[in-house]
Ligand binder design. Structure first.
Ligand code: ADP
Ligand code: MG
Length: 577
């Protein structure tokens, strides 16, 4: 047998531990997530190996993770019946830093010095060692299946650890944290890790979808009751223990799509994202290959009431193998899809990832590209297969899509097919650009649009007369972002967008009632009239022209080809007020 020995941590480990203990990093609660995820990994391993070697289970196959806060000893214990570790494995896994993430952390540390230590911890998270952030002493008891003896490992995080053989009846690993007094104080319940409710909340927050039960004993105190069922006030309370499972375990997203009912999706969505309505659309996909992930995205039925006023903060939740990594990750989807709620679970995401690192993560970029594509594909098929539902969508989020067109240069092509506009074609429905184009008469070279505050004011524009007469469809833009989007697109399928109140309309080819030549002649004949009008209106207008644009009105105001449009002018002058 091996007697108790004391060993030194690797220099790098020492450095790391020192940092754990002394850093002022505030998010220390993540230690629990780290230890639970190790326990879950260990159970995964034994479960996997027992498939080919059933004896490994030693008749202990009710996999579970148990948490025991103990006020009497100031300890918090986390135990599992996973794969455990042999003596050598403990030295290998716990005594040294083999993990690439931790290695990278140390490297970075060497480069930047100590000034930003605490930020660095936040960036990397550090697995097992995070236990030292809240503990004066960490004790680990473990036994691998088939081993007669277990191993006891212990350290105060001061540079050395002790190792000895011990008896351990149950297979698996037990980690006993002797909590630092700061982390067991009733004055600070959120960081009191002896408080059962604090622990319960942390498990819900970080580890709800760990697939093994995470259990804890709750002590129930009850006064006895008399024969009428009334509580006997003076009698001493009796204590009983109730074992509760803290996590809900089955992540809906890992289940098969065709096994999940609509109800289940809806319940999940409402609970998970605190919405009182069912979502408009659900996009659940499993992707395997170069990048591996499961995603579950939802389009809420309604945009939040302040969606367009503020910088909306909601984003995607990230998980790695059911372990929560972060909320509201904004880097996955482009800004114009910020109304999408949901989550992504990928084994390729590192638990030790930070917001800052995330932006540079190539996996994340690839997943993000895929998600964007699948959302757009879903919207496209909604547009083609369920127009009323798409129009509902459009009513809520159309402005976000339009803003994508003018703010996100690279997305223009992808988004233009999704745009809907009111038009002179029909008083009720909306039209896509494609639909407009298919209705265009031969020789029409431009897509015409008019801007105004509503349908009736657009239809009263004098410029509308001629187009109406010629039977040319005009898109109606009522929203200021419509015009920004149109301006950004410039053209669609080689048809230029043409404002009916800007420059010359060039309708001659479509149907020539008055040709260019006619106009030139009329202009010449009326030269003196034009001159007189110009003189009268000096400073208010820049030019007077004979126009083919009018039918029953005598004059209309237009802006020049290069100038900004009238409605844009209105917007600008409002902004200047
Ligand atoms: P990681 O989990 O990323 O590998 P950790 O620092 O969290 O890094 O853990 C280091 C190693 O210690 C693990 O890879 C595993 O081999 C071992 N280990 C930690 N906790 C347990 C446990 N509960 N049961 C078995 N092995 C464990
Ligand atoms: Mg770990």
């Amino acid at each position: 047998t091996i007697t108790k020995e004391t060993r030194e941590f690797q220099a790098e480990t020492k450095q790391l531990l020192d940092l754990m203990v002394h850093s002022i990093y505030t998010n220390r609660e993540i230690f629990l997530r780290e230890l639970i995820s190790n326990a879950s990994d260990a159970i995964d391993k034994i479960r996997f190996e027992s498939l080919t070697n059933h004896q490994l289970l030693e008749e202990n196959s009710d996999f579970e993770i148990f948490i025991i806060p103990d006020e009497a000893t100031n300890t918090l214990t986390i135990s599992d019946n996973g794969i455990g570790m042999t003596y050598d494995e403990v030295i290998e896994n716990i005594g040294t830093i083999a993990k690439s993430g931790t290695k990278a952390f140390i490297e970075k540390l060497k480069n930047v010095g100590s000034a930003t230590d605490n930020e660095l911890i936040g960036q990397f998270g550090v697995g097992f060692y995070s236990a030292f952030m809240v503990s004066d002493k960490v004790t680990l008891l473990t036994r691998a299946p088939g081993q007669e003896k277990g191993v006891r490992w212990e350290s105060t995080g001061d540079g050395t650890y002790t190792l000895e053989e011990c008896d351990k009846e149950k297979r698996g690993t037990t980690i006993i944290l002797t909590l630092n007094e700061k982390y067991r104080s009733a004055e600070n319940p959120e960081e009191n890790f002896l408080n059962r409710y604090t622990i319960q909340n942390l498990v819900k927050k970080y580890s709800d979808y760990i697939r093994y039960p995470i259990k804890m004993n709750f002590i129930k105190e009850e006064k006895p009751r008399d024969s009428d069922g009334k509580v006997i006030k003076d009698a001493p309370a009796t204590q009983s223990i109730e074992v509760r499972t803290l996590n809900s375990m089955t992540p809906l997203w890992i289940r098969n799509k065709n096994e999940i009912s609509k109800e289940e999706y809806h319940n999940f969505y409402r609970n998970f994202f605190h919405d009182w309505e069912d979502p408009l659309e659900i996009i659940h996909s499993k992707v395997e290959g170069a990048v591996e992930y499961t995603s579950m995205l939802f389009i809420p039925a309604h945009a939040p009431f302040d969606f367009y006023q503020r910088e909306s903060k909601s984003g995607i939740r990230l998980y790695s193998k059911n372990v929560f990594i972060m909320d509201n990750c904004q880097d996955l989807l482009p800004e114009y899809l910020r109304f999408v709620r949901g989550l992504v679970d990928s084994p390729d995401f590192s638990l030790n990832i930070s917001r800052e690192l995330l932006q540079h993560s190539s996996q994340l970029k690839r997943v993000g590209k895929n998600l964007e594509k699948s959302v757009l594909k879903t919207l496209e098929s909604l547009l083609n297969k369920d127009r009323p539902k798409y129009e509902e969508f459009w009513k809520e989020y159309g402005r976000a899509i339009k803003s994508g067109v003018y703010l996100d240069y690279n997305s223009r092509d992808k988004l233009q097919n999704l745009l809907l506009f009111a038009s002179s074609y029909s008083a009720e429905g909306l039209t896509t650009l494609d639909e407009y184009i298919t209705r265009m008469p031969e020789n029409q070279k431009a897509i015409y649009y008019a801007t105004g505050k509503d349908r009736s004011s657009v239809e009263r524009l004098p410029q509308m007369e001629l187009l109406r007469d010629k039977g040319i469809e005009v898109l109606y833009l009522f929203d200021r972002v419509d015009e920004f989007a149109i301006d950004a697109l410039r053209e669609y399928k080689e048809k230029k967008f043409q404002s009916i109140s800007r420059g010359t309309l060039d309708l001659d080819d479509i149907d020539s009632t008055k040709s260019k030549k006619d106009i030139e002649e009329i202009s010449k004949e009326n030269e003196s009239l034009i001159k007189a009008i110009k003189e009268q209106l000096t400073g208010k207008i820049s030019d007077v022209k004979i126009s083919s644009r009018l039918k029953s009105s005598a004059v209309c105001l237009v802006s020049d080809d290069n100038g900004i449009s009238l409605s844009m002018e209105q917007i600008l002058s409002e902004m200047n007020k």
